[in-house]
Write a protein that binds this ligand. Structure first.
Ligand code: ADP
Ligand code: MG
Length: 547
């Protein structure tokens, strides 16, 4: 898996103040403590009954969130081992959009259990080897326990979306259900079949947010919301059945270009020069108008004179549009971005049922909507406060990531700690076949997985030891394998019946990243004060590739 390569480098320099070198157990002990401490910070946020964290910057900016990656990102961490933990959360977020807290908690637990084994005299190399064996086996069990989901299975997709959104504080059940539906709709719309496989380009779902209104005012836009205003007050602000031109051309005359051609020596020449300039701009606009376009988006600028002619032709124009938005506009409207006006023809134009500038909280934004078969869409998130709008944006981002992961692999597993608990059980059985020191490490890995149901149980105010005992006995029965923690009703329950579903890819990535982080931290046994700066990222090995 390519993603693991981004997990932090094992060559970090980690030293207490004043020391120039710490070696062996002492170095390992110190690093484990740091990794575990980071995990402890975000542990209480896990799941729908998890708590939020409020992060206050030195400047007084406030972020309230339950999102593991965001918390770690906003925290000021200096310690290199802490940075590895932050990196895995970021990687998880980028790769699959969800499961960041799970990844970090699991990495922390793997480190803690490794510490216990080290104290018992098990060498780090055996632990690393055992962890990698356990990961491979866990992956195998995960894959064999997964269930199929396809892009047309709206009901299952909505359940997956609801689990992801469940831990975000964005309003009541109505709001969650509504957001889940919008996300499923967006995913279905941008999904593409390539070689019989579903591919989701997450960039094709634009997530915009604006404070104000309510989360229920969040809009699905069948097209693109461009956070810019119409260039000139004389241009139309609303165009139905729009014919849209997308250009990567400045409607301006480069001054140097003119200077090189004309040397001005008299007022008459000046007049001629200005007329010439105006003419050139008018010609540019004529080329656009000739195609029948009535809406124009350009990545570049538009001169006042050009604006005047565009307005005269009844063309709505928006300038300095981001490149990423131009690409989305092309996908949504079917237009082609043209680099030269001479190339622009009627065939390059796109279509939208409506293009309109609207004032949102006093700020103009251009809505390009009602596109035909839009391959790029926008979810415009609203929220009563800045914090809610931001958490809403993170929630939508997570849900889109989770849904993309689910439909791309076409697999889901049970949440509520059921998958982790069940795999732990199977791993313990498997460990007895291995023998030796590695057996202890496989068992330690299994125990670490149980941190997920345990933490969920704690969040619901349950006795976590008791919950683990109950779950273990369920997993011994054939009908019991779907059991996990029903955090809402504070009891164990069958997650297959509760509909608590999570994408398999999210779990797989979480297990892989946690294993890679824990083993790369364990591999450090000599910490030397070095003059050169340690690299901020490098190649931690993929679990399983060890020894
Ligand atoms: P992460 O950043 O790891 O996604 P979350 O705070 O989103 O962390 O919590 C995810 C965990 O909460 C998963 O283990 C998931 O199965 C669990 N979870 C979510 N909704 C429910 C639910 N309704 N019942 C039980 N567990 C749930
Ligand atoms: Mg989540």
């Amino acid at each position: 898996m390519a993603s693991e390569e981004k997990i932090g480098s094992p060559q970090y320099v980690i030293l207490p103040e004043g020391a120039s070198r710490i070696i062996g157990r002492e170095a390992q002990r110190a690093n484990i403590a740091v990794g575990y401490a980071v995990a402890s910070i975000i542990k209480t946020t896990l799941g729908p009954r998890g708590m939020d964290k409020m992060l206050v910057s030195e400047l007084g900016d406030i972020v309230v969130t339950n999102d593991g990656a965001t918390i770690l990102d906003e925290m000021n961490v200096e310690h290199p081992v802490a940075k590895i933990m932050v990196d895995i959360a970021k990687t998880q977020d980028k790769e699959v959009g969800d499961g960041t807290t799970t990844t970090v908690i699991l990495a922390g637990e793997l480190l803690k259990n490794a510490g216990t084994l080290l104290d018992q005299g098990v060498p780090a190399t055996s632990i690393i080897k055992g962890y990698n064996i356990a990961f491979e086996k866990a992956k195998e069990i995960l894959e064999s326990e997964a269930h199929d989901v396809d892009i047309d299975d709206t009901e299952t997709l909505k359940k997956i979306a609801l689990v992801t959104i469940g831990s975000k504080n964005i309003g009541g059940d109505d709001a969650r259900s509504y957001i889940a539906e919008l996300a499923v709709r967006a995913i279905k719309q941008v999904a593409q079949k390539v070689d019989n496989k579903i591919v989701i380009d997450r960039d094709l779902i634009k997530i915009e947010k604006k404070e104000g209104g309510d989360i229920m005012d969040t809009e699905f836009i069948n097209g693109v919301l461009v956070d810019k205003e119409v260039a000139n007050a004389n241009m139309p602000k609303r165009i139905e059945k729009a014919k849209i031109a997308l250009i990567d051309v400045a409607l301006e005359i480069e001054k140097t270009e003119m200077d090189a051609r004309i040397e001005i020596t008299s007022p008459d020449q000046m007049k001629a020069f200005l007329a010439e300039e105006e003419n050139m701009l008018k010609e540019m606009v004529d080329k656009i108008a000739k195609t029948g376009a009535n809406v124009l988006f350009t990545e570049k600028g538009i001169d006042d004179v050009a604006q005047h002619y565009l307005a005269k032709n009844g063309i709505m124009a928006v300038r300095r549009v981001k490149k990423s938005d131009m690409e989305k506009l092309a996908k949504a409207t079917g237009a082609r971005v043209v680099n030269s006006l001479d190339d622009l023809s009627k065939d390059d134009l796109g279509y939208a049922g409506l293009v309109e500038e609207r004032k949102i909280e006093g700020e103009a934004m251009v809505f390009v909507e009602d596109c035909k078969d839009a391959k790029s869409v926008t979810i415009f998130v609203r929220g009563g406060t800045k914090q809610i709008a931001e958490e809403g944006e993170r929630a939508v981002n997570d849900v889109i990531g989770a849904l993309a992961s689910a439909v791309e692999l076409g697999k889901y597993v049970y949440g509520g700690g059921a998958t982790e608990g069940f795999i732990a059980q199977k791993l313990r059985e498997y460990a007895t076949d291995i023998g030796g020191r590695e057996q202890l490490a496989v068992q330690a890995f299994a125990d670490a997985l149980e941190v997920i149901p345990k933490t969920l149980a704690e969040s619901a105010g349950m006795d976590s030891i008791d919950v683990i005992v109950q779950l273990r006995s369920k997993y011994k029965t054939k009908e019991g394998k779907g059991y996990g923690v029903d955090v809402i009703n504070a009891k164990i329950a069958d997650m297959s019946k509760n509909g608590v579903f999570e994408p398999m890819k999210v779990k797989l990535q979480a297990f892989a990243s946690a294993t890679a982080a824990a083993t790369s931290i364990l591999r450090i046994d000599d910490v030397i004060s070095a003059k050169t700066k340690a690299p901020s990222s490098g190649g931690a090995p993929t679990p399983g590739e060890e020894e």
